[in-house]
Design a protein around this ligand. Structure first.
Ligand SMILES: Cc1cc2nc3c(=O)[nH]c(=O)nc-3n(C[C@H](O)[C@H](O)[C@H](O)COP(=O)(O)OP(=O)(O)OC[C@H]3O[C@@H](n4cnc5c(N)ncnc54)[C@H](O)[C@@H]3O)c2cc1C
Length: 470
C-alpha cells in the first residue's frame, strides 16, 4: 500500500472488513470508467456504513492531507469517480449506506441515505402510491448521493425539475469531518443562504452527502405515450408549445429522436420495432401523465389532429398498451447503447434556450459534417428542456482511432456554436475531469474565481475530489 494511505491504518479495525478493502480484485472496477476514458490508481477503498464512520474517515484524511475520491454508483460520465495516477488518493464508496429511512406520507417526503440506488427509491415510493420523479437510463445502478452531487436531470425535468429541485434537506460531512445535519423537510425556509444548493452539483468537491430528504408526488394513474413524426426540429419546437397547452401542462416527457439514431436502435437493440409504416427524418416521443382517473387519451388525439392539420406532424402512433408504451420508449432509451457497435462516438451533452435549439442542430450538423464528411450526427434527447445529446458516430468504414483523435476539434466546433447561442456545454452530466478546460474557457473569470473561493472555504486543504471541476 502507498505510504500515504498507510496513515489511515487506525481506521482499519474501526471500519471492519466490509468497510476497509485492500483486495485488488474488488478495487479494480472502482479505478476505471465504464467507457474506458479514464483509469486511476489506488490500493484502498473505504465503504463506511454510517455518517459517523464517514466523519471519522474525513477527520483523519484532513489531518494527514490525504485526498478522497467519493463514489456512488459510478455511472457518471465525466470521470468524477476516478482517482489520479499517483496512488495517494483513497476511494470512499457510499454503497453500503443504502437505507430508506423514513416515509412521511402527510408531508410527501422520504428520507434516504446517499447510497440508495435510484430505482429502489422509485419502487418503494410507488408501492406507497407516490412518485419520485427523477428518472435516468442508469437508474438501476446510480445512487441518490451521486444524483445530487451531479444535479442529475433525466426524462422528467420538464415537469418536476432537476435533482436540486427535488430536495428539501441534506446531511453532509464536511472536509474536516464535521457533520452538517440539514435534514429538514420544510418547503419554505428563508433563513439566510440556501447552503444545500452549493453541495448539490458540486461533484464531491465540497463535502460528502450522506442523506437527503426528497420530495414525493402523487403516483400517476393515467399515462398516454405517443411517438409523432415531425418534418424538422423547428416543427418539434412548435409542437412542444401545443403539447403543453393541450395537456393542461401535464406533459412530463418530450424527447427528440432522429432517424439516424432510430436506424441504429433498430439494427443494434434486440426487440426494437419500426414504429410506423413510413420512415421520417425526425420523431418526438411525448408523454402526458395525471394522478387523477381522467382519461388523457382525448387530449393526445386532439393534439395529433391539430398538429397534423398545421403540418407540424406527419404521422404518429399513440400507445394502446403498456407493452406498446415500452416499445416506443425503447426507441429512445436504446439510443446510447445502439451507438456502441457503430464504432467511435464523440458525445456532447449541451443545452440551449428552446427557441434556439433548432438553429443549434442545423448549424452544428452543418459544421461537423463539413469538418468531417460522412460523420453520422445522432442528435437526440430532452428537447423539451433544451437539452440535446449531440453525438457523432464515426463515418462508416473509417478508422476509430483517427476519428477519436478529432475529439478536441469537434468539441470546439460544437461548443463555440453552443456558446454563441447562449447555451451550456454541460447540461446534465457535469464537469468532472472531462470538461475542466471548457469550464475555464467558456465561463467568465468572475464565476471561476467565485467557485475557487467557495472551494477554499469548504475544503482549504483541497482533499475532496481534487482535480475535478476546477
Ligand atoms: C446509460 C446512462 C444514462 C445516463 N443518463 C443520464 C441522464 O439522463 N441524466 C443525467 O443527468 N445523467 C445521466 N447519466 C449520468 C449518471 O448516471 C448521473 O450523473 C448520475 O447522477 C451519477 O450517479 P452515481 O451514483 O453513479 O454517481 P457517481 O458516478 O458514482 O459519482 C458522480 C460524481 O458525484 C460524486 N459523488 C458520488 N456520490 C457522492 C456523495 N454521496 N457525496 C459527494 N459526492 C458524491 C463523485 O465523486 C463524482 O464526482 C447517465 C449515465 C449512463 C451510464
Amino acid at each position: 500500500m502507498h505510504t500515504e494511505l498507510k496513515k489511515l491504518f487506525p481506521l482499519k479495525e474501526y471500519l471492519g472488513p466490509k468497510g476497509w478493502i485492500e483486495d485488488l480484485s474488488t478495487i479494480e472496477p472502482h479505478l476505471v470508467e465504464e467507457r474506458g476514458l479514464y483509469k486511476g490508481k489506488s490500493d484502498l477503498l473505504l465503504k463506511p456504513n454510517n455518517t459517523n464512520e464517514v466523519s471519522k474517515i474525513l477527520k483523519l484524511c484532513n489531518k494527514y492531507n490525504i485526498k478522497i475520491v467519493p463514489q456512488g454508483g459510478r455511472t457518471g460520465l465525466c470521470g468524477g469517480t476516478i482517482p489520479s495516477n499517483n496512488g495517494q488518493e483513497v476511494m470512499l464508496s457510499l454503497e453500503r449506506m443504502n437505507n430508506i429511512k423514513e416515509f412521511n406520507e402527510k408531508n410527501f417526503t422520504v428520507t434516504v441515505e446517499a447510497g440508495c440506488i435510484l430505482s429502489n427509491i422509485q419502487d418503494q415510493a410507488s408501492e406507497k402510491n407516490f412518485l419520485f420523479p427523477l428518472s435516468l437510463a442508469s437508474e438501476g445502478s446510480c445512487t441518490i448521493g451521486g444524483n445530487l452531487s451531479t444535479n442529475a436531470g433525466g426524462i422528467n425535468v420538464l415537469r418536476y425539475g432537476m435533482a436540486r429541485d427535488l430536495v428539501l434537506g441534506i446531511e453532509v460531512v464536511l472536509a474536516n469531518g464535521s457533520i452538517w445535519n440539514n435534514l429538514t423537510s420544510l418547503r419554505k425556509d428563508n433563513r439566510g443562504y440556501d447552503l444545500k444548493q452549493l453541495f448539490i452539483g458540486s461533484e464531491g468537491t465540497l463535502g460528502i452527502i450522506t442523506s437527503a430528504v426528497l420530495k414525493l408526488f402523487p403516483s400517476p394513474k393515467n399515462i398516454e405515450t405517443a411517438l409523432f413524426a415531425v418534418p424538422n426540429s423547428e416543427a418539434a419546437i412548435e409542437l412542444f408549445g401545443l403539447a403543453r397547452s393541450a395537456s393542461a401542462d401535464l406533459l412530463n416527457a418530450y424527447e427528440l429522436v432522429s432517424r439516424v439514431g432510430m436506424e441504429m436502435v433498430l439494427k443494434n437493440i434486440p426487440g426494437a420495432k419500426e414504429p410506423m409504416n413510413n420512415k421520417y427524418k425526425w420523431y418526438v416521443l411525448l408523454e402526458f401523465s395525471s394522478s387523477s382517473e381522467n382519461n388523457m387519451r382525448k387530449q393526445m388525439e386532439n393534439l395529433f389532429e391539430v398538429a397534423l392539420n398545421k403540418n407540424i406532424v406527419l404521422d404518429g402512433v399513440i400507445a394502446e398498451s403498456t407493452q406498446q408504451r415500452k416499445d416506443l420508449w425503447l426507441l429512445r432509451d436504446g439510443l446510447n447503447e445502439a451507438q456502441k457497435p457503430e464504432g467511435g462516438s464523440i458525445k456532447h451533452d449541451i443545452s440551449i434556450p428552446i427557441n434556439n435549439v433548432s438553429k443549434f442542430i442545423n448549424d452544428a450538423t452543418y459544421s461537423v459534417v463539413k469538418f468531417m464528411p460522412e460523420s453520422r450526427v445522432v442528435a437526440f434527447g430532452h428537447i423539451g428542456d433544451g437539452n440535446i445529446h449531440f453525438n457523432i458516430s464515426q463515418p462508416k468504414k473509417s478508422n476509430k482511432e483517427d476519428f477519436l483523435n478529432k475529439w478536441e476539434s469537434i468539441n470546439k466546433i460544437v461548443f463555440d456554436i453552443v456558446n454563441d447561442l447562449d447555451g451550456s456545454f454541460s447540461a446534465e452530466h457535469g464537469i468532472g475531469k472531462l470538461k475542466r478546460e471548457e469550464l475555464k474557457f467558456y465561463n467568465p473569470e468572475i464565476e471561476i474565481n467565485l467557485m475557487k473561493s467557495i472551494k477554499t472555504t469548504f475544503d482549504p486543504k483541497n482533499i475532496l475530489n481534487p482535480g475535478k471541476v476546477l
